[in-house]
Design a protein around this ligand. Structure first.
Ligand SMILES: [Zn+2]
Length: 501
């Protein structure tokens, strides 16, 4: 509709809703109100208590499949969407179009993002104790994001298998000219007991820092046992970081089974691998964060973010990481709009670009808003998958927890009763705001199986239970509404340094 487009294009210039009405001639405004009566604002019941509003949001969210349908579109029609790829651009367009079609005010924020492209990746064991003549063994591996390439013809070298950084240091005299294999198991016992994030954190340091640790002792390449559970010989990719003071050597994740195999052979005697990894790092490209505002009724210039990241790794559909989070956040804003519920402050959906390889989207948003951070009231991010929602984690001053009582009461009927104060940002895209003292929050979800699929070729739509998306939409909408409706903004923490990723 032309009138709708006019409104949207006015909004994309960055005017607040109040300014919009003063810009458009009164007759046009009347037509808009008549044509768009169900979605126009303000229209919530005057004086509706927050408890009643939260109950309405919860009950409507638990029946709402709009977000799951958006997730299905994102996964099945676009699929993998690593920053810099045509699919990432398509995801920006698809998400922006869905939010516009729902009647929300959408803008695209430019972000310069890395453009790393996976190439050929092959490894085989070409020498080992007891090898029958003429036999080599193919290994399942995947290049880690950001890795440099081997020469086109590949490299070969003896392996040095270690099980920790300490062991590497103890054996550094053996490492020169070798391919270091970090055989560090993912702690599934922690994961199945509800501490998957801790298990991941213990393993991911090897993925992130293994290459530079190996380069420091003269290795030619580093292979890291995949960081994830459910061993179906699936390598999981992910970001790695080079220490700028050290030579950059190629690096990849080996499936858990293959890391164990190489380790068993190496325990018997010398093992030689041939390794070919041919990724390319291309110049940065322009991409976008997708932003959609649901205006506040009293202080529209103050913003509560509800968000997820719209990029994914390149091996699969990125359904759990982070299709589920970004579409639940979209669904949360759209749900409030459907209910006509304007909180005191603006609730802003952000679909972050390029979380997976450096959080350029989060950084760009912070830079753009850093001159008026007092307007950034809180930021919610969902980036822990699509397990059943169990509650809320919040990085807020300890005394602020008591203020969440009405929200927790409203969440109780859906079983999301946890309220944890955590000394970490609500997500890696909001960590820049977090470091400046802005309160950040996240849904707590069941992550026991999250790292079975995360960053692997098995992160596909079929892993997701639609009811969990409904629950996440309800939870995120309730969190966002509650925080945006508080008469006094949540108190802030003292600014800290952004954590090193
Ligand atoms: Zn993620």
């Amino acid at each position: 509709m032309r009138v709708g487009r006019l409104l949207r294009s006015v909004n994309e210039l960055g005017y607040t809703p109040r300014m919009r009405f003063s810009l458009i001639a009164l007759p046009t405004a009347l037509i808009i109100i008549l044509l768009n009566a169900p979605a126009a604002w303000p229209q919530e019941a005057p004086g509706e208590g927050v408890a009643t509003a939260l109950g309405r949001i919860r009950d409507a969210g638990l029946k709402d499949d709009w977000a799951y349908q958006r997730l299905a579109d994102l996964c099945d029609k676009i699929g993998a969407r690593l920053s810099g790829s045509p699919q990432a651009d398509a995801a920006v367009e698809q998400i922006a179009a869905a939010l516009r079609a729902a009647g929300l005010n959408v803008s695209l924020q430019p972000v310069k993002v890395p453009h790393w492209v996976r190439g050929e990746e092959q490894a085989e064991i070409i020498e080992y104790p007891g090898r029958p003549a003429g036999v080599t063994q193919h290994l399942h591996l995947t290049t880690l994001g950001g890795s440099v390439a081997t020469p086109v013809q590949g490299i070969s070298g003896q392996v040095l298998v270690v099980h920790s950084f300490d062991e590497l240091r103890a054996r550094e005299g053996e490492a020169r000219g070798k391919i270091v294999v970090f055989d560090v198991p993912y702690n599934e016992t922690l994961a199945v007991n509800g501490r998957a994030g801790t298990a991941y954190g213990q393993g991911v340091v090897y993925r992130a820092q293994g290459a530079s640790a190996a380069a420091r002792v003269g290795a030619t390449a580093a292979l890291v046992r995949t960081v994830g559970g459910a061993n179906y010989r699936l390598p999981h990719t992910g970001e790695m970081n080079y220490d700028p003071k050290l030579p950059k050597i190629p690096t990849a994740a080996l499936s858990a089974e293959d890391a164990m195999w190489v380790a068993r052979l190496a325990a018997e005697g010398p093992v030689t691998l041939r390794l070919k990894l041919l990724p390319q790092t291309l110049p940065d490209v322009e991409s976008h964060n997708v932003i959609a505002d649901w205006p506040g009724r009293e202080r529209p210039e103050e913003v509560v973010i509800v968000s997820g990241h719209l990029d994914s790794w390149d091996l699969a559909q990125g359904a759990i990481d982070d299709g589920a989070g970004v579409t639940s956040a979209m669904g949360a804003v759209r749900l409030l709009q459907t209910l006509g519920l304007h909180a005191r402050r603006t609730i802003r959906f952000v679909g972050w670009m390029s979380e997976e390889n450096g959080s350029a989207g989060g950084q760009a948003y912070f830079n753009l808003n850093s001159a008026a951070l007092e307007r950034q009231i809180a930021a919610i991010e969902s980036d822990n998958g699509a397990g059943r929602p169990l509650g809320i984690s919040a990085h807020v001053p300890p005394a602020a927890l008591a203020q969440f009582t009405p929200l927790m009461a409203a969440l109780s009927p859906m079983g999301a009763t946890l309220l944890d104060r955590r000394e970490e940002p609500g997500g890696s895209d909001v960590e820049f705001l977090d470091a400046a003292g802005v309160p950040t929050l996240a849904p707590i979800v069941d992550t026991r199986t999250y790292f079975d699929y995360h960053h692997s070729a098995a992160d596909t739509l079929d892993k997701i239970e639609p009811d969990n998306i409904r629950r996440q939409v309800a939870l995120m909408a309730m969190m966002a509404y509650f925080v945006a409706e508080m008469p006094e903004a949540l108190p802030r923490l003292p600014p800290s340094k952004p954590r090193v990723r």
